[in-house]
Ligand binder design. Structure first.
Ligand code: ADP
Ligand code: MG
Length: 350
């Protein structure tokens, strides 16, 4: 039986761009799927198809057991959506915004007030609650958006990069809210560029790159798939980096990664302590002085690198051009605000 969120073979093109190139997803009821990928991977497009905002060129999808193409209105009634296109009314205060949403969901006026106050507190907006949203900073608006999406707990919830642009304290607050939501039985699809976030919140992870799911599994399964461990070496001198790189490449099982300023190299490897001894012998033999060496468990970032040959967060930090450049940390928030302001796309109006 398909899960609470189910998609099969989703394809969506925008002119020449194949934003989705056959996306399959299956999220069991009550669980959290982390859709993880760099900017431009197709995360938002997937969310927009699943939330009925755009139509795929082909493929099919069901949300809460309802076909998104045949029953878009019923789907909309079963879902909550927060992210790059939620609406905040500039001329209402933070509190009024939330109470309005609560009343739309037909909470009694008393419950609406209580729920609004609770969420304002949770997202550290209590002090600013009675100022108009117009005066809010980008981060505050984002938090108000999220609070609005959380007024009621729908059976299925979508969050598109919910913590992009939030400071650590507010990110933590949101993580707690999300955990409560899921404990209450909500099925959640969450997109993120932050590997740590997927690791922390998601029951299972789908890694997307260029419109395709290129790997899926639990965080542990993905980490195991890189071949076991990661050998990490800090060389004493910068000029030893190339030799160390060559040695790790030869003895390891994949791409090496280098953090230049700390002179730290790493490579996925199987073979444990025995291999570690071999790396030490080899480096020693080649005259490379080692400041630190060890085996560690792979992170999701290692997984990403071994799958795609590049780091998710590196790319997110602005390696790409055009729209991708918007993904750089401060710019990303701006992008979110723009999208909020642009209203429906041509397809949404059809
Ligand atoms: N409305 C649109 N018009 C043209 N291209 C689009 C549109 N929406 C998305 N794209 C393109 O589709 C690809 C996937 O975009 P998106 O789903 O927003 O990725 P992500 O959310 O993972 O960053 C990108 O190359 C993006 O530029
Ligand atoms: Mg996006």
């Amino acid at each position: 039986m398909p899960g609470a969120i189910y998609a099969e073979g989703l394809v969506k093109t925008f002119g020449e761009v194949r934003a989705l190139d056959g996306v399959d997803i299956d999220v069991p009821e009550g669980s959290v799927l982390g859709l993880l990928g760099p900017n431009g991977a197709g995360k938002t497009t997937t969310v927009r198809v699943l939330t009925t905002l755009i139509k795929p060129d082909s493929g099919r999808a069901e949300v809460a057991g309802l076909d998104v193409l045949k029953h878009p209105n019923a789907v909309r009634r079963s879902i909550g959506l927060s992210g790059q296109f939620a609406a905040v009314d500039e001329y209402l205060t933070g509190r009024e915004n939330l109470q309005m949403v609560a009343e739309l969901y037909q909470l009694s006026s008393r419950d609406a007030k209580r729920r609004a106050a609770e969420l304002l507190e949770r997202f550290n907006l209590a002090e600013a609650a009675d100022r108009t949203a117009k005066t809010y900073s980008g981060g505050m608006r984002r938090r108000l958006d999220l609070a609005a999406a959380l007024i009621v707990s729908p059976p299925v919830m979508f969050m598109d990069e919910p913590t992009t642009g939030l400071d650590p304290r507010n990110r933590q607050a949101l993580w707690e809210v999300i955990q409560d939501l899921v404990a209450g039985g909500t099925t959640l699809l969450l997109t993120t560029q932050y590997l740590e976030e997927a690791d922390h919140l998601a029951d299972s992870i789908a890694v997307v790159d260029r419109g395709k799911v290129i790997a899926r599994g639990t965080s542990d399964q993905l980490k195991d798939s890189t071949g076991g461990d990661v050998v990490e070496v800090v060389v004493h001198a910068r000029e030893h980096i190339p030799v160390a790189d060559e040695v790790l490449r030869r003895l390891g099982d994949g791409e090496t990664t280098l953090v230049e300023h700390t002179r730290k190299l790493s490579v996925p490897a199987s073979g444990g302590a025995k291999l570690l001894a071999e790396v030490i012998r080899e480096l020693d033999g080649r005259g490379v002085e080692i400041d630190d060496i060890g085996l560690r468990r792979p992170t999701l970032d290692d997984v990403f690198i071994s799958l795609t040959g590049h780091s998710a967060e590196e790319e997110a930090a602005g390696a790409g051009g055009g729209e991708d450049a918007d993904a750089a940390a401060p710019g990303h928030l701006r992008k979110g605000e723009q999208e909020r302001g642009t209203g429906p796309t041509e397809e949404e109006q059809k």
